[in-house]
Design a protein around this ligand. Structure first.
Ligand code: ATP
Ligand code: MG
Length: 427
């Protein structure tokens, strides 16, 4: 019996036995459908003897990947050209083969690829974590506060749509705006988003020299939140031939907010985990930097490894690796600290090393960092666990009381990183 993870290795093994046939084909697509079953797609120009050889090859493969194949009569599709055959889904090369590609059809819209180019003008910083409850939203609130204290105009988006909370951390109830991101995404489907923009954000009342504008997930009254949430992922079908993906709609919203508010930095609270909204935040919004929050533990690294391996296999790791920065959340503030950080650093390096270029002895250049380089993306920016920030009834109440020293004590390395980013050192 073959299970899903054995499909591609088996395809590769079977194809290796037919290098002669493969050399004669212009291209071969391995189509893995929504049910995880494989078909070949080949050029319709293939005829006669060659068709028979392709059928024989497919028959062998189907037996070997049973039950992930089809009877040979319906296991091969003939198409005019490879782009048409992909039907808009991105293909990736099957490892070790020149002209064999895989198209992987997923039930979810997002695939964590492709990676959108960095948005121009305003840096968008995404706060992401594999696991929840690691202090991500609190760190984002502290970062917004700190940057605004430095006089910056900060725009904060709560994209943790399924579990919102950031806006209540930065805004007292009476200041919450009428609408939120979810409302805009639903109204946009019927071309009614434009009128909502001015009621989508509110300014924090925390005293700063700059400003913090907050765009919540939902408005003061969430309304029929569950029903709205179930529609935010809808592509816009205004032009049926070219549906607009929901993450592209979201990009349009952020662009409109930037045009209205002229922020100097945008901080985005993503959802945790390998999730649809998180994928949009990390790969589709043109993030300048993605802060990867981690707490030490197997679950964290298993999750990040899966994600990095996916980017590697899809050939996009070089497009995203320069934007990643690890952050260590909730680092113990007692005698365990040094040991905890040492273990976290080691695991972080092991993960990031897979994204670094190999350099020979004496060689320089390439994308590569030493394990102890303090400015390396794998070097975690530690956030201290601190009693003053634990289990708060009201983060907003806390933020009205804190002073700069207190925030620096807990969040210093993260804040310095963001300052460097804004000053262009990392542009
Ligand atoms: N530096 C800190 N020290 C101690 N406790 C903290 C710290 N930062 C956050 N906390 C506490 O940890 C809990 C989780 O924080 P937070 O909501 O910011 O995490 P999160 O990663 O955004 O979680 P979620 O995945 O649920 O959105 C809260 O109770 C918060 O008060
Ligand atoms: Mg949160």
């Amino acid at each position: 019996m073959t299970t899903f993870d054995q499909i591609l290795p088996t395809v590769a093994r079977v194809l290796r036995t037919s290098s002669g046939l493969l050399a004669d084909l212009d291209w071969l697509l391995i189509n893995r459908d929504l049910n995880g079953r494989v078909r070949f797609i080949v050029s319709e120009r293939i005829e006669g003897e060659q068709r028979v050889r392709v059928e024989n090859l497919y028959r062998t493969l189907a037996e070997d990947i049973e039950p992930h194949g089809y009877p040979v009569e319906c296991g091969i599709l003939y198409e005019q050209d490879i782009d048409q055959a992909c039907q808009g889904t991105i293909r990736f090369a099957l490892e070790d083969f020149d002209r064999v590609w895989v198209v992987d059809r997923l039930a979810s819209e997002s695939q964590w690829v492709p990676i959108k180019n960095v948005a121009e003008d305003v840096p968008r910083i995404v706060f992401f974590s594999i696991k929840g409850g690691v202090g991500r939203s609190t760190a984002l609130a502290a970062s917004a506060w700190h940057l605004a204290r430095l006089g910056k105009k900060v725009l904060v988006l709560d994209l943790d749509l399924e579990s919102p909370g950031l806006s209540s951390a930065l805004l007292p109830d009476e200041r919450q705006p009428k609408y939120g991101i979810t409302d805009w995404l639903v109204e946009d489907l019927v071309d009614n988003g434009e009128g909502l923009i001015d009621s989508l954000f509110a300014m924090s009342d925390l005293p700063t020299d700059g400003s913090i504008h907050i765009v919540p997930s939902h408005g003061q009254d969430p309304g029929e939140y569950v029903s709205k949430l179930g529609r935010v992922w809808m592509p816009k079908l205004k032009n049926p031939l070219q549906p607009e993906a929901w993450s592209s709609r979201l990009n349009r919203l952020i662009g409109a907010l930037e045009a209205r508010l002229h922020p100097e930095i945008v901080l985005i609270d993503s959802r945790a985990g390998i999730d649809e909204v998180a994928a949009a935040c990390v790969t589709d919004l043109g993030a300048h930097t993605i802060m990867l929050f981690a707490i030490q533990g197997q679950q964290t690294w298993t999750g990040y490894r899966s994600l990095f391996a996916h980017w590697q296999s899809r050939g996009v790791i070089t497009k995203i690796r320069e934007r990643l920065q690890l952050v260590a959340g909730l680092v113990p503030d007692d005698e365990r600290r040094a040991d905890y950080l040492a273990r976290l650093r080691k695991d972080a390096y092991d993960l990031f090393e897979t994204t670094y270029d190999e350099t020979g002895p004496g060689e320089t250049g390439g994308w590569n960092y030493e394990p102890d380089d303090e400015y390396a993306p794998h070097m975690p920016l530690p956030i201290r666990w601190n009693r003053g920030w634990y289990g708060l009834m009201s983060l907003h109440g806390r933020m009205t009381q804190v002073d700069d020293d207190e925030v620096r004590l807990v969040y210093g390395p993260l804040l310095e990183f963001l300052e460097r980013t804004l000053s262009g050192e990392f542009s």
